[in-house]
Design a protein around this ligand. Structure first.
Ligand code: RRO
Length: 317
């Protein structure tokens, strides 16, 4: 069976890999992903300098249906994720693509990090996170289409060598899908892929016993993830695949727990599928399990390669 795919011009041995976020902050964690059947390794969104993130408690795993986080970008700073020591400790002899993610506090920070990344050996591409919901006082960039345009305009002027992916928030309304896709298409020569979706911003989990929010930062509001967001994620992948230029790949992410979930994202047109919350809960062995389940399902359906069904969701009429 052929579960391989190509992202950013690099071959991934399997089309399943980790999302930026949980268990991606250190080389120790990343090395576990590299040793699994994950097709690539993607690091935690970085800022220019190391930071500890929001006050604890800042994560909550609700009832197996959803999870909430307001981590506030805890990370070791971009230099850590770009150091040859980190890359070697993380990737070992796996030969897999290594991607970094950035989520700067402002445009200047993002541009400075992109310039740094562009000259580092062993980095296959960069995911620009325009969708973090948890930085206090900073709205989600990709919900402000003028700001999104300004960021991508400045980024495109850098004429980067490294391929660029853009991490998007979930959209919910037709005109918003269209507006986001229009901005991305405008800069298609600078964008390799769009990853949909980041967490659903500003959800609230209430603790009945304590009569308090389940997490502390931002009055308890945080990004919702896990199975609760899978259908929103599938819709975003399908819409983006329909609206984006064919040269921009769509990477699907949101609530993937099983090989069957991954299959559904691939049907909707995802070039690859990332796993965030389930990786957080289960650890890196989730990649072995999910890839195995996808293989089983493909065998049952008689598919030999992902290309045979990718993007082929059948219409009702
Ligand atoms: O670190 C976080 O709080 C965080 C980030 Br940067 C993000 O993009 N999405 C998310 O749910 N949490």
């Amino acid at each position: 069976l052929d579960l391989s795919t190509t992202i950013c011009g690099k071959k991934l041995s399997t089309c399943i890999y980790n999302a930026s976020g949980p268990r991606t902050g250190s080389s120790d964690a990343l090395s576990k992903v590299a040793s699994s059947r994950s097709g690539a390794v993607l690091a935690k969104s970085a800022t220019v300098n190391e930071q500890t993130g929001n006050p604890l408690p800042r994560t909550f795993q609700a009832d197996g249906k959803g999870s909430l986080n307001s981590e506030g970008l805890p990370n070791k700073g971009i230099d850590y994720y770009l150091s040859q020591d980190t890359i070697e400790e993380s990737m070992g002899e796996s030969g897999k693509p290594y991607f970094v993610s950035i989520s700067g506090h402002n445009l200047a920070d993002n541009l400075a990090m992109l310039k740094k990344i562009d000259s580092v050996d062993g980095v296959s591409g960069v995911e620009l996170n325009l969708a973090c919901p948890n930085v206090i006082g900073h709205p989600i960039i990709a919900y402000d289409f003028d700001q999104m345009d300004a960021v991508l305009s400045a980024v495109s002027k850098l004429k980067l060598q490294k391929p660029l992916g853009v991490k998007l928030p979930p959209y919910f309304d037709g005109p918003h899908f269209a507006a986001a896709a229009k901005v991305l298409n405008k800069y298609k020569s600078s964008i390799s892929y769009a990853a949909s979706i980041n967490t659903v911003g500003n959800a609230l989990v209430v603790d009945t016993v304590a009569e308090m929010p389940a997490i502390s930062p931002k009055g308890g509001f945080g990004g919702l993830s896990g199975p609760a967001v899978k259908y929103t994620a599938l819709a975003n992948v399908k819409k983006m695949r329909d609206l984006l230029d064919e040269t921009i790949d769509v990477v699907g992410v949101g609530g993937v727990e099983t090989g069957e979930d991954a299959f559904q994202f691939l049907l909707c047109g995802a070039a690859a599928v990332q796993v965030g919350t389930k990786h957080w809960i289960e650890g890196a062995k989730c990649f072995d399990r999910i890839v195995g389940e996808l293989e089983e399902l493909m065998e049952k359906k008689g598919y030999k390669s992902v290309g045979e069904f990718r993007g082929k969701l059948k219409p009702w009429s």
